[in-house]
Design a protein around this ligand. Structure first.
Ligand SMILES: [Zn+2]
Length: 520
């Protein structure tokens, strides 16, 4: 009975969703406001990571477009960016197909649920395919390159940028600079399969979407950074030399200004020692010392590293190879951002909370205090504006907190809920970090008060050593003293954080349906 009950409920839900979409389509037609084909194609780009989008769209461009300086064909007209051709554009069923093909992966609808929906719609005499693979134009083959134990697909820098430009209404700039993000993403709990996408944003279009340039899938991270980056570097050299034409305008593409990654990914890309190495600080030459089975960096006055010193490999202990990115001539020290999402939110704030809960007795808070703080956090939940993506959780659940929750705690809730509950010197130390980060993250405050924030962070680390002990000044804590340098180069740190990329990784992960051939 349960089975049939569930089945009926599922069917009702699918029917209701289908009716909702049909109604939406009818309304759109009635008002003659059907979205342009360009919108459909560019939306598909962000949802369909296979070459299905890539090749079909490019084919349409090639048929009707004009040759650009770089030898690639791009259309000047949004009308021609049509997956099905103009003859079919007026057919409402083709619009329905397109909408469904977009809707299904966007809402993570399973193949079986989509198949059931199509059968229902076909029975209602709608002209739709019965097989979800036909609707989604699922390819039977996909041309990927084998790299070590995994495989890689390159989407091309120019295609990614054009898909982004098609969302923008004539950008005022004619030079576009990439901010690149590379990070690993575990796919399943039951296997070691990982995705390593190469993502980017355009610095001149800060509100634009994240674009995907390349995608690796394998049982571990790529074995060879040279093989992994080969297509990307080769492609980048072409596009930065020749630029690209789109919509009658020539764009110069500048070399990536910022690589926004977490510490392990930065070490992988730069071929340097990992964050647990003695010479792992990327910004100064401090040689760490081993305490309590950890490498710590209590000295705050070591000489800084420069791009030139990195290229000349002056500190041999810092490197374990030559990074292929050096071919591009980018600043191998200054272009690699100390991402505040990993460094501050998931690094330092989490560390502070863990020290208060299970650190040395001299800085641990009592169970009663913890309960009072947690209850205060709970009471905030119902008054929280909708701008905050997550409601605060209990302090003892910090192990499950997301980066955005640590950020909310540092900037907004922490100063209020900890006041009068944390010992004064611990609270004052927390406030040094909170105020400094508020300044560095705020576009309105960062340039005027950057030096002040720099002093606050150095003061925070110095006091941190006195309060919690040198054995806790690990890589993340030490790197706070270098954080203001990134503001001086890139502006407010929110513009160069991993937060938008992390959201995109979540979307990417949901698009993988089965462990077999995750890349395809
Ligand atoms: Zn350092």
């Amino acid at each position: 009975m349960d089975y049939y009950g569930c089945s009926r409920t599922k069917r009702r839900r699918i029917k209701a969703k289908a009716a909702e979409h049909l109604q939406m389509l009818e309304d759109l037609h009635a008002k003659n406001q059907v979205s342009s084909n360009l919108e459909c194609v560019t939306e598909l780009n962000s949802q369909i990571p296979s070459e299905q989008w890539d090749t079909q769209t490019q084919a349409c461009w090639s048929e009707s477009g004009q040759e650009s300086d770089s030898g690639m064909f791009f259309s000047d007209s949004s009308e021609e960016l049509n997956l099905d051709g103009s003859a079919e554009r007026t057919n409402p069923f083709n619009d329905l197909k397109r909408k469904l093909a977009y809707w299904a992966p966007n809402h993570n609808i399973s193949q079986s649920a989509l198949s059931e929906l199509l059968h229902i719609l076909v029975q209602s005499e709608l002209d739709l395919p019965r097989d979800p693979r036909t609707l989604l134009s699922t390819l039977t083959t996909c041309d990927v390159n084998d790299i070590g134990d995994g495989s890689y697909y390159h989407f091309r820098v120019s295609n990614a940028i054009i898909s982004l430009l098609s969302h923008e209404s004539d950008p005022s700039t004619d030079t576009l600079t990439l901010c690149v993000n590379i990070d690993g993403l575990p796919l399943f709990r039951s296997s070691k399969m990982e995705l390593w996408p190469i993502l980017a944003k355009i610095e001149e279009l800060p509100r634009s979407n994240v674009i995907i340039i390349g995608l690796y899938a394998g049982p571990t991270k790529p074995n060879s950074v040279e093989d992994y980056l080969y297509d990307f570097i080769k492609d980048l050299k072409v596009v930065t030399n020749e630029g690209l034409h789109y919509n009658g305008k020539h764009y110069n593409i500048a070399l990536p200004d910022a690589f926004i990654c977490d510490a392990p990914a930065r070490a992988f890309l730069k071929c340097t020692k990992g964050h647990s190495g003695y010479n792992s600080c990327e910004r100064c030459t401090e040689h760490g010392i081993r305490m309590d089975n950890k490498v710590v960096f209590p000295d705050l006055k070591a000489p800084v590293r420069t791009d030139e010193q990195f290229t000349d490999m002056i500190d041999e202990e810092h490197h374990h190879g030559v990074s292929p990115l050096q071919e591009l001539g980018i600043g191998m020290v200054s272009s690699f951002v100390l991402d505040c999402m990993h460094l501050v939110c998931l690094g330092n704030v989490r560390k502070l909370v863990s020290l208060w809960i299970k650190g040395p007795l001299r800085c641990r808070i009592s169970a009663t205090t913890m309960s009072i703080i947690s209850n205060h956090l709970k009471s905030i939940r119902k008054h929280l504006p909708s701008n905050f993506s997550r409601k605060p959780r209990f302090l003892m659940e910090y192990g499950q907190w997301k980066a955005t929750e640590f950020r909310q705690f540092l900037l907004y809730m922490g100063p209020a809920v900890l006041q009068g509950r944390l010992p004064t010197r611990l609270y004052n130390n927390f406030m040094l970090l909170s105020v400094a980060m508020r300044i560095l993250l705020s576009p309105a405050l960062c340039s005027e008060y950057c030096d002040y924030a720099d002093k606050l962070l150095k003061c925070y680390v110095t006091n941190f050593v006195k309060i919690y002990g040198s054995e806790h000044v690990v890589y993340n804590t030490h790197n706070l003293i270098h954080l203001a340098d990134d503001e001086r180069k890139f502006g407010a740190l929110d513009s160069v954080s991993c937060f938008p990329f992390e959201n995109y990784l979540g979307t990417l992960k949901r698009l993988v349906r089965r462990p077999q051939n995750p890349l395809q």
